[in-house]
Design a protein around this ligand. Sequence first.
Ligand SMILES: *[C@@H]1O[C@H](CO)[C@@H](O)[C@H](O)[C@H]1NC(C)=O
Ligand SMILES: *[C@@H]1O[C@H](CO)[C@@H](O)[C@H](O)[C@H]1NC(C)=O
Length: 394
Amino acid sequence: MDSLGLLIFVMLLCFQWTAAPATKNTTWTYSGLVGQSEWSRYFPDCGGTSQSPVDVVTTKTKFDPSLIPLTPRGYSQHNNNPFTLYNNGHTAVIELPEWMGLEGLPWFFTAVQMHLHWGSGGPSYGGSEHTINGLSADAELHVVHYNSELYPSMATAMTQSDGMAVLGILIVTGEETNLAFNNILNYLGRIRHANQKVSIPAFDVHSLLPKDLGRYYRYNGSLTTPPCYQSVIWTLFHERVQISKAQLMKMETILYSSKVDDDDRIQLQDNYRKTQPLNARVVFTSFSAESGKELSPGEVTAIVIGVMCGCVGLAVIIRFIVKTIRFLKLLNHETVVVNSSTSSWDVLPSNRPTSMSRMSQPEKANEKKQDMALNSTSEAEKKEESLASPQTEP
Ligand SMILES: *[C@@H]1O[C@H](CO)[C@@H](O)[C@H](O)[C@H]1NC(C)=O
Ligand SMILES: *[C@@H]1O[C@H](CO)[C@@H](O)[C@H](O)[C@H]1NC(C)=O
């Protein structure tokens, strides 16, 4: 009896030991002991079936014509109140004023903050959270909002399935400097260590977004960091924004995830979560495949003119070939009086060559002379006309 009690006690102790960190440790990282593969042990929602980010497989997306363009409200209006830029040890966060929000979803969503995710290897080495057909971008901007129509605060909204709306903007590297991003990147040097905070001049947040807010992917997902609540209506824009390589390098190399008085400095890099299984979910698109290939009026004109020129050119070539073949056949089968005005173009069109062949030589010569006298110029003109208009071709 005693030994059984002891056994149960030991078992309980073991159970407690393994279960204890599940509630206590909230210090998570992207790799290492409490890296992303361990998140669900400490934050059960991270093991859910509607997690973010996801890989968008474009052939499996579904067009939803009810998805209207999103309208940011107050994004450009900062009233000269400075923003707060903060290194939280996982990313650089900018807190957003409460008058900023988002229209175009079933409810009004109020902006809370925005932050970035990035990699470590420079351009083309990943860094975005969402991927399209398996391909990463170099970084990703998230603008986070909560449903202020249904919930009083971000804290209550973030656990509700319709509580949050996040805009995902894929960032790629190119030649040009994106001045809008310098409003953030220029100040990273002042928040190098975790928990550091700085006031920065306010700027137009709209300028960070892609131009086309009408074409996007939409799905139900989660926060991409612990506690991974499955509360986010995701909007991932189809158009990507571009920053320069120097800007990407700043983003990837300036910050530390360690605190200022930590013994070891740990660079804040590769702060992106791996894509999660889509499971039963569907990614909807606000645009169809055809409208995705929509052409500008200029392009349409160019294509129409190109096709017309091509058709006329082809018609001329075919006509020339057909006539040459017929001319060669004629040469083979009968003696043609080759007259200075008779080109290969003249031999075939009408029935004349056949009727001519039935005439006697003198008649033939007569007619030829008349033709030359009366028609040589007008005949040539007619030929040109009929060549120029493609409708006359069979
Ligand atoms: C919690 O996680 C951090 C980061 O990995 C680790 O250093 C720390 O020892 C953990 N604490 C406990 C109680 O497990
Ligand atoms: C998200 O979930 C809600 C409620 O379950 C559903 O009505 C809505 O259609 C879903 N949206 C998408 C994009 O899947």
